[in-house]
Design a protein around this ligand. Structure first.
Ligand code: HEC
Ligand code: HEC
Length: 141
């Protein structure tokens, strides 16, 4: 029994030694980029921050019944529960928020908002100047 125990002790101490190699004996790790030894010289500036027209200087509509451009940011949340645009533009709140109320066409005969017009940015786009190249457009009115 004593023999078996001491044999077990030897096996245990041996297996403990055969763990990880120590740092001194490990080969140095050399990582190389697949692109080779090329220094990165090209950097790209961040996109310009969008600016919006100041009050009363937005572009006028170009043609009759054109959805007017949004003269401010257009990132107000529109979710199934809440429409961030209507908090200022609904018929009831617009005067208090000093905003233009939604067009009559957006309102049903009973005076409630017509949900067909719920997703405002489907038709209205922000007039933002963020210095990005403008996509060619051949539209004429
Ligand atoms: C915090 C209040 C507020 C919120 C929220 C808001 N607006 Fe406005 N919006 C205004 C005000 C105030 C004006 C008028 C600015 C001016 O006279 O230049 C305006 C102007 C506009 C106009 C131009 C109206 C016209 O007759 O020329 C449009 C279109 C518009 N907003 C759409 C939107 C849309 C779409 C959203 C949601 C993405 C939105 N607004 C969210 C306050 C708001
Ligand atoms: C299906 C397209 C469409 C959607 C969606 C839409 N609009 Fe419009 N909106 C228009 C058009 C078109 C006009 C111009 C109406 C005209 O002059 O006959 C307009 C006009 C307006 C005006 C100017 C009203 C005025 O008296 O000068 C405001 C403000 C406005 N919309 C806000 C909104 C808001 C806020 C939403 C979302 C809750 C919205 N619109 C959704 C098409 C849309």
């Amino acid at each position: 029994m004593k023999k078996i125990l001491s044999l077990a002790a030897i096996v245990l101490s041996l297996s403990a030694c055969s763990g990880q190699q120590t740092a001194e004996t490990a080969a140095p790790v050399t990582v190389k980029s697949l692109a080779g030894d090329v220094a990165i010289t090209a950097t790209m500036p961040a996109d310009a921050k969008a600016t919006y027209p100041s009050r009363g200087t937005a572009l006028a509509r170009d043609f009759v019944h054109m959805p007017p451009l949004i003269p401010h940011r257009d990132s107000y949340k529109i979710t199934a529960k809440k429409n961030g645009c209507l908090t200022c533009h609904s018929t009831e709140k617009a005067a208090r928020m000093k905003a233009t109320p939604v067009d009559k066409s957006h309102v049903k005969a009973d005076g409630t908002f017509d949900d067909k017009y719920y997703f405002c940015v489907q038709c209205h786009v922000a007039q933002a100047d963020n210095k990005q190249a403008i996509v060619e457009n051949t539209h004429t009115n």
